[in-house]
Design a protein around this ligand. Sequence first.
Ligand code: PEP
Ligand code: MN
Length: 363
Amino acid sequence: MTPPLHITPIKSWLPYDSRPLVVSGPCSAETEKQVRETALALAKIPEVKVFRAGIWKPRTRPSAFEGVGKKGLKWLQKVKQDTGLLLTVEVASPTHVQDALEHDIDILWIGARTVVNPFSIQEIGEALKGHDIPLMIKNPLNPDLHTWTGAIERFNQLGIKKMVAVHRGFSFFNRSPYRNAPMWEIPIELMCMYPKMPMLSDPSHICGNRELILPTAQKAMDLEMTGLMIETHYRPEEALTDKRQQITPAQLEKMLKSLVIRKETGSPAFKTKLEGLRSEIDKLDEELIDILARRMSVVEEIGRYKKENRITILQLKRWNKIIRDRIEHGIRLGLNREFVIRLLEAIHDETIQKQMDVMNRKT
Ligand code: PEP
Ligand code: MN
């Protein structure tokens, strides 16, 4: 059972008129000029409500640029005074929390490397006690929903109620055009578990390159996510971190203009038609399950028969023929080949398991 979360509605602390709510700014604060130039340009884009900048950067190698540290917080304070944008930084320790709170940071975010560690979550959560500051929680590096929801629940139990989840993709070792595979099913499951939890997508970290940012942002909008976190830099080619995935504020503005924001609900006629189609799907799903159950009872009968006649369970020749015939049939009906294979493999695994159960049965 999912424990209920106590979430303060985002619009009560971060008003925005329509999706997407945008958080933007450089991967890292590098110089006062870079922070200022980037923020002044972003402040002119109506969707941008929050300015982000990494002050302490979690880097894989110790010789890499690890952020400017506390002095960058002063540059951010100035941005807030001059533009009115809200500020957010990543925190990974109670000291970061304290420094951020002392410099008027409005929202804190927990990075993908920190969210995996319950000790860090506990310490950061305790450091936030008594401060009503909102928290954005990125997904962990590994594709595990429960690590993500575990951190969210822990923060919530420590009294943090202004929360936002951020989908930044997952480490994935197969070849993929993305730096971090989006695995959309994971944030979707989180959104189903916690319908009141706003979800931002972070196409910069998902894609790792500029080219895929637009289609990824579009997909996030089509999945009804609340907003986007996108890295921007006044001179992306000079960025000290995540150079390939940052765009200029002007490019961000252009990209936001070309996003198609589809409505979450349609006209009454649309709803009636949709309901009709959905009830058709419900019926078909029920039939699918009935057919599968019937198939499995025939499988069981075959299992019993093989047992009586001392015949092996797996008969490769027959299986290969089944695969070939069914794939052809599926393709003729317009189904995707890989999908048919995955489906048949799942059915076959269950078939083998069922027959093994029959073989092992005493009677
Ligand atoms: C970042 O936002 O710059 C960052 C370090 O993100 P993540 O934790 O998603 O890697
Ligand atoms: Mn980054």
